[in-house]
Write a protein that binds this ligand. Structure first.
Ligand code: CP
Ligand code: NVA
Length: 301
């Protein structure tokens, strides 16, 4: 049997993704009721973090413990990965000891190389190109607050980064219209735009992009690995701060999401983080439930 990986949303069918969201909602309810559900007893998730993380690390680690298994945190600083052991060899070895491996890395190719040499499922915990686990949480959050996202208008404001690319793939898989408002020179990768065709519209003016939107999302202006560009980016992105006034132009049912960490006063105003239309904390919590559904799907089904 071929091993299932989750490197992007395109690794699942739309029906499988819908099933994952439904299961995430169920697992959340069981967890909130205090029900013990431990189908992954003795199963181990290896987690390689080449970049910092709060939510991804804690949600996978807590999720594995809640499902009866364990997670092992591995950083290049403390492993041979940081001393030049080939990724192929690391994959061969770790996949003989772990039941699944989650990787947060820079180049997306690192994930693909690891997956090609792994005997067990590999999960993308964020690469420079994509952040599919975050999208599972975001889509579950929309479902819980507003129902199906099909045919809704989603507006991405800011950098055409890994999150934006995953939103483009989500537009394809969950069948919604995506408007992206970004400064010149910060557009998402053309390959992803080409995949999505007319489901995605690229605009410059954030106020035009939010008109009538049902979901508005943003993310930091400088992602991990772009720290040296942060100052230069600040100027280009200044008109793209998402505020309550901007959301007033959206549909009256609009909700706001931010994958976090948020930089108040930059991509989002402090007031919007506290606005009733912001669901950022539910969104963060759903990382736990959505990824429990994902791990269960990859390891049990
Ligand atoms: N949203 C997200 O992935 O957060 P962390 O970087 O804290 O994992
Ligand atoms: N685009 C951000 C997301 C962090 C969760 C980054 O890559 O740093």
């Amino acid at each position: 049997m071929t091993v299932r990986h989750f490197l992007s949303l395109m690794d699942c069918t739309p029906a499988e993704l819908a099933g994952l969201l439904k299961r995430g909602v169920e697992l959340k309810s069981l967890h909130h009721q205090g029900v013990i559900y431990e189908p992954l007893k003795n199963r181990v998730l290896g987690m390689i973090f080449e970049k910092a993380s709060t939510r991804t690390r804690v949600s996978f680690e807590a999720g594995m413990i809640q499902l009866g298994g364990q997670a092992i945190f591995l950083s290049p600083r403390d492993t041979q990965l940081g001393r030049g052991e080939p990724i192929e060899d690391s994959a061969r070895v770790l996949s003989r000891m772990c039941d699944a491996v989650m990787i947060r890395t820079f180049a997306h190719a690192t994930l693909e190389t690891f997956a090609a040499h792994s005997r067990v499922p590999v999960i993308n915990g964020l690469s420079d190109d994509l952040h599919p686990c975050q999208l599972l949480a975001d889509m579950q959050t929309f479902l819980e607050h507003r129902g199906s996202i099909k045919d809704k208008v989603v507006t991405w404001i800011g950098d055409g980064n890994n999150m934006c690319n995953s939103y483009i793939q989500a537009a394809i898989q969950f069948d919604f219209q995506l408007r992206i408002a970004c400064p010149e020179g910060y557009e998402p990768d053309q390959t992803f735009l080409d995949q999505a065709g007319d489901r995605v519209t690229l605009l410059r003016d954030p106020n035009e992009a939010v008109a009538g939107a049902h979901l508005v999302c943003t993310d930091v202006w400088a992602s991990m690995g772009q720290e040296e560009e942060a100052q230069a980016r600040m100027q280009s992105f200044a008109p793209y701060q998402v505020t309550p006034a901007m959301l007033d132009r959206a549909d009256e049912s609009v909700i706001f999401m931010h994958c976090l960490p948020a930089h108040r006063g930059e991509e989002v105003s402090a007031a919007l983080m506290d606005d009733p239309r912001s669901v950022a904390w539910d969104q963060a919590e759903n990382r736990l439930h959505a990824q429990k559904a994902l791990v269960e799907f990859l390891l049990i089904e």
